[in-house]
Ligand binder design. Structure first.
Ligand SMILES: [Zn+2]
Length: 607
């Protein structure tokens, strides 16, 4: 159980930065009177003694990103001494030591289990934050599970992060207990198994911000691997390593098998920019050998297939993580509209999160109505051409669908931001929301430095490409072309990346690019929009110079393959065959008990 010192009682000499003090809590028992074991960090208002492990917090410290008030569960955790023998025995079967149970404040409490429809004895994981229990998880017999209602979602064992340079992240409370039993105390667990939600990241931000290195040690199964990538994506892959469990499925499993110590030695790195030996890249090379070329990000929707086109859209263009993509087109030819429709489909088909910085589309609520029309497939403001407008129910469903998928960035007080500000915002959004694709619409809406314009643009593009590569995200830049010349028929030619205003580096530096060109209605022909692949860095991403023709649906702002029917499907509803999977996903909880055969009928013992 954590102990605490009053911040105001400390003999502090500074108000900013870091300082080390002799610890008033353990000074009496220390023989080395010179050891300043109490490490104070004024930046985040937290301190910890690395001898007696006492914690201290500055009181005025705001630790919530958003001002949400949470209910506190009943603060009855103090009865930890009273764990029945049956529970201890079951935990010891998992090789979990009694000191770990005591240190982490695990308790046994009577509580109503919905699954069993009665009040039973539960093993309780108390989620401590500082000196409070902010949430409780109850485990009863037969894998039953419940949680204190309305309480704060935060990493389990978050106090253990304070003052640490290195932190392990595991996928369940039992794994934290297992690591602690093994002597590894700087270990936290995601609170909801493999579900990656924004709230616990936001609630834990002030604790994780100063950690230098994370070792991700979640379950080695399909869901765990997805979670591992999402965690690394949020924290920045450059400061993450990971453990790929070989002899068991998780930390507790390896503790039981006696292999934990060895497994923890084998930390792997994520591929990021830097210098790599063949050895570093060996696993990746073998993966390429086994699975073929790296995955590109594709759209999987009928409106990007067939019609009058010879090839599917995916055959001529796809994106890749780590790339910057430039989108250009003559004003009013629909480059923003298409880019947003393309983005929504990418997000929906690949489970990606999108962030838009689009000052040209303010106010933001109005911008959202564009997304709603496209996502639902109905007009927003009124019935158009016989199609009913979206209903309030549709908007509510869109909210559910888009809530942890689409993020809009506004500038401070409507001022034009510079690139430094915007990249800092991106970094924040990567952490807080796990954003995968950033859209900037348009490039000239962000302020450049005061130097020569071309040099400034080239420097920004260098920063953006290195940001994308380092963080394994996609950046999409919408950029206007220079003034185009009309040809003999009085039409503009489709612009190329060399025509993008300001610098040829849009062609040279960015990895990918496309153009949207509108052929307007003529007496002979109905208008349509042509997508041109202007550049794909890797040959397997598509075909440079190839095009794909779309028709444009005015009521909804959707694009669909020329010569096919207007798509009326609803992106916010699961597709056929997906229904079941979605439901399971929503209900998934931490499955620590799943590998056990529960034959015990006695509801007083949960294992
Ligand atoms: Zn101390």
């Amino acid at each position: 159980m954590d102990k605490f010192l009053e911040w105001s009682d400390l003999d502090l000499h500074k108000t900013t930065g870091k300082e080390n003090l002799r610890c008033p809590n353990c000074d009496d028992v220390r023989t080395n009177k010179k050891d300043k074991s109490l490490k104070i960090n004024h930046n985040n208002g937290m301190g910890k003694c690395f001898y007696c492990e006492v914690l201290t917090f500055r009181e005025d410290d705001k630790n919530d990103f958003k001002a949400i008030t949470y209910d506190l569960p009943i603060q009855t955790w103090v009865n930890y001494t009273n764990i029945p023998d049956g529970f201890i025995k079951a935990l010891e079967d998992r090789k979990i030591k009694q000191f770990a149970i005591k240190d982490l404040g695990v308790t046994v409490e009577k509580y109503y289990q919905p699954k069993l429809q009665k009040e039973v004895n539960n093993l309780v994981f108390n989620y401590f934050e500082r000196d409070k229990v902010v949430s409780k998880k109850y485990r009863g017999a037969g894998k039953s599970f419940t949680q204190s209602a309305g309480t704060k979602n935060i990493f389990y064992n978050i106090n253990s992060v304070i003052g640490q340079d290195e932190v392990y992240i595991v996928e369940g409370e039992f794994d934290v207990l297992a690591m602690w039993s093994h002597g590894v105390k700087n270990c936290i667990s995601v609170p909801n198994g493999a579900n990656d939600n924004d709230d616990y990241w936001l609630n834990s931000e002030s604790y994780l911000k100063e950690v230098k290195k994370f070792i991700i040690a979640v379950d080695n199964d399909e869901k765990g691997n997805i979670l591992k990538d999402k965690i690394a994506q949020r924290l920045g892959r450059y400061r993450c390593e990971y453990i790929e469990w070989q002899t068991g499925k998780d930390a507790n499993d390896c503790l039981i098998k006696g292999t934990l110590e060895n497994e923890l030695k084998d930390k792997k790195r994520f591929p990021v920019n830097g210098t790599f030996t063949v050895e570093d890249l060996y696993d990746d090379i073998l993966d390429l050998h086994k699975q073929g070329l790296p995955k590109t990000i594709k759209v999987d929707n009928d409106c990007f297939k067939g019609g009058e086109n010879d090839k599917d859209f995916n055959d001529i263009f796809s994106l890749m993580r780590g790339h910057v993509c430039t989108v250009t087109g003559i004003p009013s030819h629909g480059k923003s509209n298409f880019t947003e429709w393309y983005g929504l489909n990418l997000a929906n088909d690949n489970d990606l999160k999108l962030s838009f910085f689009s000052p040209e589309h303010s106010p933001m609520a109005l911008h959202q109505t564009n997304f709603i029309q496209k996502a639902i497939g109905k007009p927003f403001f009124g019935n158009v051409e016989g199609i009913d407008r979206v209903t309030e129910k549709d908007i509510e469903r869109y909210k559910e669908w888009a809530n942890e998928k689409i993020y809009l960035t506004g500038s401070d007080n409507g001022k034009t931001p510079d690139w430094k500000w915007l990249l800092e915002k991106f970094e924040e959004q990567m952490y807080s929301f796990g954003v995968d694709v950033f859209f900037v619409d348009a490039f000239n809406k962000v302020k450049l430095g005061g130097g020569n314009k071309k040099d400034e643009i080239d420097a920004v593009l260098t920063d953006l490409t290195s940001f994308a590569t380092r963080n394994n995200v996609v950046i999409v830049l919408v950029a206007h072309p220079t003034k185009m010349q009309k040809n003999e028929q009085g039409l503009y030619s489709p612009p190329t990346l060399y025509d993008v205003s300001g610098s040829s580096d849009f062609r040279n530096q960015t990895h990918d690019g496309f153009c949207i060109y509108r052929y307007f209605d003529t007496p002979e022909q109905k208008g349509y929009s042509r997508f041109f692949n202007l550049k794909t860095k890797m040959s397997f991403q598509g075909e440079i110079g190839a095009h794909f023709d779309f028709e444009y649906d005015v009521p909804t702002g959707r694009y669909y393959a020329k010569g096919t029917d207007v798509p009326r499907f609803d992106l916010t509803r699961p597709r056929e065959g997906e229904q079941v999977e979605m439901q399971i996903k929503a209900m998934t909880i931490n499955n620590d008990f799943d590998n056990e055969v529960s034959t015990i009928e006695n509801t007083d013992i949960p294992f």
